[in-house]
Design a protein around this ligand. Sequence first.
Ligand code: SF4
Length: 380
Amino acid sequence: MEQAGLYIHIPFCRSKCPYCAFVSSPCRDQAPPAIYLEALGKQLQDLSAHPWCQENIFATLFIGGGTPSIYSGKQLAKLVKQCLSGFSFVGNPEISVETNPNSVSVEKLTGLREAGINRLSIGVQSFSDHLLALVGRSHSSAEASRAIEHARQAGFDNINLDFIYGLPRQTAVDLRQTLDVAISHNPEHIALYEMTIEPDTPFAQLNENGKLNLPGHDEVAEMEAAAQEQLLAAGYGRYEISNYARPGNECRHNINYWQNGSYLGLGAGAVSCFDGFRVHNVADHLQYVHCVQQGIMPFHEGEALSVEASFRESVITGLRLTSGVSLARLLERYGLEPRKYYGKVIARFVEEDMLLFDNDMMRLTEKSLPVANQVLAELV
Ligand code: SF4
């Protein structure tokens, strides 16, 4: 039986970072609404009775946001319990929760650990205080270090730290120093994303006005190459374009996305994909709560994916993994073979040493990793 992933979206943060395009609203000093968790509980209950959910088994649960840790430990523990009792899970599910450094304490983290959460993701972004302030983060580097120490004290032995590179005014030296501090904390997993300027954000406006001072393309490429060298030397493996892990600590939930597996998404703005269908929930949390309370599925739009569209998605997401995508699996799922399907495009990439075929696997080469998005764009 195919194993699926369960995602729960918490669309609240203390404040809104000026570069962020995620579905999240600022709570400022207010408590996040309890009514949202009640709606989630009801959607969980409604969906757990759905035949697809009863026939499938879940391998991972990921509570992401937003900032899930904005809720109390007790509230999050209840949510995890509802998920675990409402759906069938494998014996050793990966259960992750995203946190921000200034919304966790040892007590809260101990409660989360006791509730069965076994993977903690902390949004550190940088260990440089001036860069954190520049990009509007509400925490300091000292708070980030403290959060990691608290997580260890609470018993977490699978910790991810999120970072962004290519920040305004950031240099390769800044990034090196940040990763030095990160490595000194010995996390099991490090996610390193390139800064992207999302439309309709304050950063997009600043960038348009030439006031953002982003590092140039070459500097960003230099940062990425240096970061890879630094992390590989520290014993991390680069298993996805933006993700590094100690062997055995790769994120199972995200691997399921990259392998284009099935997943169920609950909460405002969450997406589900199974049996060739993709469904988007409404992004507005008030509308989401209203729909669930009225007994209406909170769906905003759905699409039926053709075999070819699913095949292309599997190729594109699968190539993000450095191990690549299995040709036998593509053939089995879709009856299609990439070399035949894409013809000259793939032949050119192979000739230019951007793609390679290695037994059953097709993958990006070292040379193409820094320009992976350009390669993938031609395979959409
Ligand atoms: S903490 Fe994360 S989700 Fe929240 S506003 Fe900042 S970037 Fe967005």
